[in-house]
Design a protein around this ligand. Structure first.
Ligand code: ZN
Length: 295
């Protein structure tokens, strides 16, 4: 959740890029599993003779016939090389038991300070925002990794404390991220409040917070909308929310947005946020938006 009050803290902590490697993979089918790979040269084999002996080609006439009758393979558009995405799962599972650490004041940009981090919200049934953001971030990571994108998470698990909001921003800056996406869910108790929105820094404090961040916000919004998620009826406009009070966005020197996937206090959205199928839908939608940004 992120309210303008002290309730919201976009946390932080430096996590090495290698941390993503420590997280268990989530079963994404590798692209190399495609049938096409079986007839391509094996790049890792040093000798072409060996390759040929392992998979001898059919006679020329058969080869021609086979290739022309092969069913079309739907290949996703390749992601340009060198893209780096920093995913920031909001909050952390250990925050609640470490108030002194997460309440300490840290730089929040625009000359302000904020608490290092917060505990986040929960559904009425007790499903936590930090568990949601972690789960969705891992799913997005796996989807992007399967497309060859290097992904860095701002925290290595859902049992730690922090990182503080300023450190989360610093991770994106240090990684020279192509895009930084922070993932949250809101906790509004206003009657009927529901829907997602994407926040971006405004007024922009640097070039990356200008057009690139707004473009990133729009494509993530479009990805969410295309997946059937409705835009917020209580924050922002048309699914977008310009903000000047979010430390992670203020301190970012890279294109950066924060997605509030839904309202955990809304019964209908809570059901989706709490289900694995629902979280996969959120992850796919966010991934589609990011991929559109990466080009
Ligand atoms: Zn949050």
């Amino acid at each position: 959740m992120l309210t303008r009050s002290a309730a919201y803290r976009w946390g932080i902590m430096a996590v090495a890029s290698t941390l993503a490697v420590l997280v268990p993979a989530c079963g994404q089918a590798p692209v190399s599993g495609s049938p096409v790979a079986a007839v391509l040269p094996v790049s890792g084999v040093p000798s072409t003779t060996t390759t040929t002996s392992v998979a001898p080609p059919p006679p020329p006439s058969t080869t021609s016939s086979a290739s022309s009758s092969k069913p079309p393979v739907t290949q996703a558009k390749p992601v340009p090389a060198g893209r780096v995405v920093v995913l920031d799962p909001g909050h952390n599972g250990g925050n609640g038991s470490h108030p002194a650490e997460i309440n300490r004041q840290v730089p929040a940009g625009r000359g302000k300070t904020k608490a290092c981090n917060t505990t986040g919200t929960t559904t009425n049934a007790g499903y936590s925002e930090h568990a949601f953001t972690w789960d969705v971030s891992v799913r997005v990571r796996d989807l992007l990794s399967a497309r060859g994108v290097r992904v860095v998470l701002t925290r290595p698990n859902d049992s730690g404390v922090g990182p503080c909001v300023n450190e989360r921003a610093a991770i994106g800056n240090r990684e020279n991220a192509t895009a930084v996406v922070s993932i949250h869910a809101d906790g509004s108790t206003s009657a009927g409040a529901h829907g997602f929105h994407v926040a971006y820094s405004s007024p922009a404090l640097n070039a990356a917070q200008g057009e690139p961040s707004l473009r990133l916000a729009r494509v993530v919004r479009d990805g969410m909308r295309a997946a059937g998620f409705v835009t917020s009826n209580y924050i922002g406009s048309d699914g977008l929310s310009p903000r000047n009070d979010l430390a992670g966005l203020n301190l970012s020197e890279r294109p950066s947005v924060l997605v509030e996937c839904g309202n955990m206090r809304d019964a209908t959205e809570a059901a989706t946020l709490s289900s694995a199928d629902g979280r996969q839908r959120y992850a796919k939608a966010i991934t589609d938006g990011i991929l559109a940004y990466l080009g």
